[in-house]
Design a protein around this ligand. Sequence first.
Ligand SMILES: Nc1ncnc2c1ncn2[C@@H]1O[C@H](COP(=O)(O)OP(=O)(O)OP(=O)(O)O)[C@@H](O)[C@H]1O
Length: 509
Amino acid sequence: MAPTTIPGADPFADPDHISDNTEYEEGSTLPVGRDASLTLATDSLIVLDEDFTRRRTRNCCGLLPSKSKTTQAIPFFNVLWAELSDFDITIQYAKPTSKNVVRVASVNYLVEKPQQGYAKAWVSKLLDRAYGESQRNKRIKVLINPFGGRGGAQKWFLRDIEPIFAAARCDFHVERTLYQGHAVEIAEKLDTDAYDVIAACSGDGVPHEVFNGLGRKQNAAKALSQIAVVQLPCGTGNAMSLNLNGTDSTSLAALCVVKGIRTPLDLVSITQGNRRTLSFLSQSVGIVAEVDLGTEHIRWMGSARFTYGFLVRLLRKTVYPCDLAVKIDLPTKGTIIEHYSKEFDNHAPIEDRRGSFDLSRPGLPELKYGDITSPLPSDFTPVAGSKMGNFYAGNMPLMAPGANFFPATLPSDGHLDLVTIDGDISRTSAIKSFLAVENGNFFNMPHVHYRKISGYRITPRGQKNGYISIDGERVPFEEFQAEVHRGLGTVLTRSGHMYEADGVLPRPA
Ligand SMILES: Nc1ncnc2c1ncn2[C@@H]1O[C@H](COP(=O)(O)OP(=O)(O)OP(=O)(O)O)[C@@H](O)[C@H]1O
C-alpha cells in the first residue's frame, strides 16, 4: 500500500473533512462524475467532489473559491454495498447520525463508458476491502421477540436493522416468537443449509433458546458449527451484543452483523436432574443470581435495584454455603494473563479453534465428565464453599453495560472463567470489590478468586430455597454439573477471535 496522509478512521466516527495533499496507490482511484473521484485509501473510501465542495463553500458575494478541496472519508467497515450500472455507480454505507446511531446513506456518480471495465474491477476491490474475511450476502433468519425490551423490538427492527440488512444485500427472513420456548422449536426445525445466521432481536433469553434448539437437532454439533447465532440488542439484558459487537445500539449491531466474522464459541453443558441444557453466557449461585432474579419486587427502582440488592447483601455478609468441586485448568491470575496475551496473535483457522466432535454421533457431544448423577470425576478438585458469597462462572466479559466481571474470557479457548468470593470478608473489602467491577479493577482485587476451568459440580447446602441463574434464566435450586465444549457454537465477532470488551491486557493498537 502506498503512503497516504489519511488518518486511521474510527469506524463509527463521522466522516472527516480532510485535506487533499494525499498520495494513493495506482489503480485505487476511480474518476467519476464531472469533477470527482473515489479513492481506496488505507481504512476508508475517500470521496472527493470538487463541485460539491465548491457549491458548499460559495462565499458571501456568490463567488466560488478557485481551489478548495475537502474530502469525505467513509470507513470501509461502514460500506454496505457498491453497484455499477451502465451509467453510474452507487455506494451505500452506514452513516453515523449520532454517537450510537447509523443510517443507510448513499453516494451516486456517473461513470463514463470508457471507464466501465476499470470501474468494475474497482468495485470488486472496494467490496473486498469492505468485507475482508466476512461473508457477503449473509442468509439470516431473524427472530423478533415482540415482548423484548418492553415491546420495542418490532419497531426497532423496522427502523434500525432492516434497512441495513437490505442495503447490504443480505437475504433475510423474519419470524416473530409467539410464546416462551418458541425460539427453541424454530431453531430445532430450521433447515441449516438454508441459513448462515440466526439473529435474535431480543435480550439474552432468545439466543439461549436458539443454542438449545440447535442442540436438540439430530446433527447438533454440525448445526451449531454451521449456523452463527447473534443478537440484535432489543431486550433488557443485551450482554451478547455488548461482548460480540461492542455496542447495545440496534443499528450499530446490525452493521456489526453484516460485517461480522464467523468465530467459534465455547458452550457449556449443564446437567441438572435428568435435563441437559446449553449455556453460552454465565451461571451464578449466590449473590448475583439472587440480585438478578430475586429483586423483582423492587423493579420500580429501575437499574438501581441491582446496586441496592448488592449493597444490602454485602452489608449483611450473606453467605450461600455449597459443596464445590472444580476441574481447574489455570489456577492463578498470572498464568491467566499469560494465556490471554497469546490470544492476541492467534489467527488459527476456525476449525483449529473447536474441539474434535464426532459428527456421526447423534445429538450433543458426549460428556467427558459424565452428568450430575455420575460419580464425582477424579480430576475435580474440592474448593471450600462453606462461606461462599458469590459463585459466578462466565463465558463472556460483560454481563451488563459497565459490568465487566470476566475480563479474561476468550470466545473459544475451551475454558470457563470462574469467580468466587467468600461472603464473610470485611464489609469494606466487599464494597471495594463491588465498586471495582465498574472501574475495571475487579480482576485484580485480592478477595476475588479467579480461575480458568473446564468443569465443576456445585451442590447448595443448608438453604431450603434460593436462586440459580443460567444465562439469566432461573432454574431449580438443586445441584448441577457443568462441562465446557471448546468452540461447539458459532457467533459473529468484529475481530474473528476476541471479545470487544476490555480484557486483562490492553489491546494492541
Ligand atoms: N411472544 C412471546 N410471549 C411471551 N414470552 C416470549 C415471547 N417470545 C419470547 N418470549 C420469551 O421472553 C423471554 C425473555 O426474552 P428476552 O431475553 O429475549 O427479552 P428481555 O426483554 O431481555 O426480557 P427479560 O428481561 O425478561 O429477560 C424468553 O424466555 C423468551 O422465551
